[in-house]
Design a protein around this ligand. Structure first.
Ligand SMILES: Cc1cc2nc3c(=O)[nH]c(=O)nc-3n(C[C@H](O)[C@H](O)[C@H](O)COP(=O)(O)O)c2cc1C
Length: 215
């Protein structure tokens, strides 16, 4: 059964762009065949607790003798890593909050990027290497070359580094910018550009879901 892990983290349950795009991906995925399954985790509606201890960042063999991990936290980490391991493809709704990712999504990253277990530290441990992950980054302003925001997108690098570099997953990033063009009068002139970007991102969801779902 080809399985998609569908994560959302937007705090906007009414007009979220990232939620609309990841939903488009998931719908396309399920349309490929009745066997195509979706496992959904809403990190905003069902937030994870912050890591209760730094020991969870380490594979058990790399923990120090005096590091104690609460059993429920260890179990939660196991569930999250299993969910990721069992998925064939992952799609992540990642709105830009304060030039980074929402804290709800960061909490998930903190549970699943585990040195010596899911990422390399002293041995070549990258069990998730090559697994496709599609990051959908929606942002109110613009961060392309020549814009005032150029060089200040700290969200995408901080997702690509743990997932793509440390864990070796096969990351594709889809961005859609200027989502605040209809809310903020100063950005109104960019409404057309925002609509074009959104349309392109929606098409990218369909194309990627079909391609990755057929693989
Ligand atoms: C807490 C918060 C912080 C935000 N910070 C930024 C930011 O740093 N840069 C930006 O371009 N937009 C920022 N925005 C706007 C969101 O990125 C924008 O509304 C985006 O569409 C959110 O994704 P969503 O539509 O999926 O909810 C922020 C919004 C919120 C709620």
């Amino acid at each position: 059964m080809p399985t998609l892990l569908h994560l959302d983290s937007s705090a906007d349950l009414r007009t979220s762009v990232s939620r609309a795009l990841t939903a488009r991906f998931a719908t396309t995925w399920t349309e490929i065949s009745p066997d195509h399954l979706v496992v959904q985790r809403d990190l905003h509606l069902d937030p994870l607790p912050h890591l209760p201890t730094n020991a969870l960042h380490w594979a058990p063999r790399l923990r120090t003798a005096d590091e104690v991990v609460p059993a429920d936290a260890e179990q939660l980490q196991k569930v999250l890593i299993e969910e990721l391991t069992n998925a064939d493809v992952v799609v992540i709704g990642a709105p830009m909050y304060n030039w980074g990712m929402p804290s709800t999504l960061k909490a998930w990253i903190d549970y699943v990027q585990v040195s010596g277990l899911t990422s390399i530290i002293d041995e070549p441990t990258q069990p998730l290497a090559g697994k496709p992950v599609v990051i959908v980054s929606s942002r109110g302003a613009s961060y392309g070359a020549g814009t005032p925001g150029e060089g200040t997108d700290f969200e995408v690098p901080s997702l690509v580094q743990p997932l793509g570099v440390a864990m070796g997953m096969d990351v594709t990033v889809v961005t859609t910018e200027l989502t605040l063009a209809t809310r903020l009068p100063a950005l109104n002139p960019f409404a057309g550009q925002a609509a074009d970007e959104l349309e392109k991102a929606a098409q990218a969801m369909v194309d990627l879901a079909r391609k990755l779902g057929a693989a």
